[in-house]
Design a protein around this ligand. Structure first.
Ligand SMILES: Nc1ncnc2c1ncn2[C@@H]1O[C@H](COP(=O)(O)OP(=O)(O)OP(=O)(O)O)[C@@H](O)[C@H]1O
Ligand SMILES: [Mg+2]
Length: 268
């Protein structure tokens, strides 16, 4: 079996091209990607996003009025100490959790105003999400985990899905483990599978919460190169990371501290 992610950087452009071919039009699809970093209007806008958690000990303010803009073709890293609010911010961007107040607009659509089922369909087509703790379905094989988002959105015809899922697993070096369930894999392999799943519907936006957190430094570097290749081909990526050497190599970095953005390389 090939080393994880070997050749990915080299093949990312082809893979992206290949996975784009048979896509069907959809009402929820984002308008065509235009321009590069900073070009045109923001693709994603966060306006005064606050998140308050109610706990036994009382209210806890995890995000304190976040304002941020992300442009097409950007590769933005989000950094900050543990507990600074990075995953909470990601959950606001993906619509997986609701803000206590504030707005998130993606290509002009106010995502938190969508009905739950519309939101799921919209997310399935437009966002590839890599969760911090993978969130692979434990009773499904890797192949089935990758097929699930495709089955859900029906972007690709049923007869193409198996081949496409295997292609994605091959991309992350897991094709020989397609029939395994997540518990039979290492943390790094599960993380890789989660990355493959995020690419299932060839989404224009990828939001990844510590996608390299469980990978050795060599594999992490290759994943990063792969992401950089996706950005080159027009994707927009927002990536939480603890690794300063990776953050340094993104288009720009947002630093969170105690639920606030304390530093950013500005395009706003
Ligand atoms: N569901 C919740 N209920 C109560 N508090 C929460 C909840 N989710 C997160 N928090 C709190 O909000 C703060 C931010 O959490 P978050 O998970 O966003 O941090 P993080 O920056 O992603 O940390 P890490 O680097 O460890 O992943 C933390 O203090 C956390 O305990
Ligand atoms: Mg987190």
């Amino acid at each position: 079996m090939k080393t994880l992610y070997e050749e990915i950087a080299a093949s990312s452009r082809d893979a992206t091209c290949c996975v784009s071919t048979s896509c069907r039009e959809s009402a929820w699809k984002l308008s065509p990607l235009q321009g590069g970093a900073g070009g045109g209007s923001p693709l994603i806008e966060m306006e005064q996003i606050a998140k308050v958690f109610k706990t036994i000990a009382g209210e806890f303010v995890a995000l304190k009025g976040i304002n941020a803009r992300f442009y097409r073709g950007e590769f933005v890293s989000v950094v900050g100490k543990s507990g600074s609010g990075k995953s909470t911010l990601v959950n606001m961007l993906t619509g997986i959790d609701h803000p206590t107040s504030g707005k998130v607009r993606v290509d002009g659509v106010e995502i938190h105003h969508m009905h739950e089922s519309d939101m799921a369909a919209w997310r399935g087509l437009n966002l590839g999400v890599v969760f911090q703790f993978f969130q692979l379905l434990p009773t499904l094989t890797l192949l089935e985990n990758i097929l699930l988002p495709m089955d859900f959105t029906a972007k690709y015809p049923p007869e193409e899905r198996d081949e496409r899922a295997m292609e994605l697993l091959k991309l992350v070096g897991l094709h020989e483990l397609a029939d395994k369930i997540p518990a039979e894999l290492s943390g790094g392999q599960q993380q890789s599978a989660a990355i493959a799943r995020a690419l299932a519907n060839d989404p224009p936006i990828i939001i990844a919460d510590e996608p390299t957190g469980n990978l050795d430094s060599r594999t992490a570097a290759t994943v990063f190169e792969f992401f950089a290749g996706l950005v080159q081909s027009g994707k927009t990526i927002i990536m939480v990371t603890h690794d300063p050497s990776l953050a340094q190599r993104t288009t720009r970095t947002i630093l969170l501290k105690d639920g606030e953005i304390v530093e950013k390389t500005d395009l706003d």
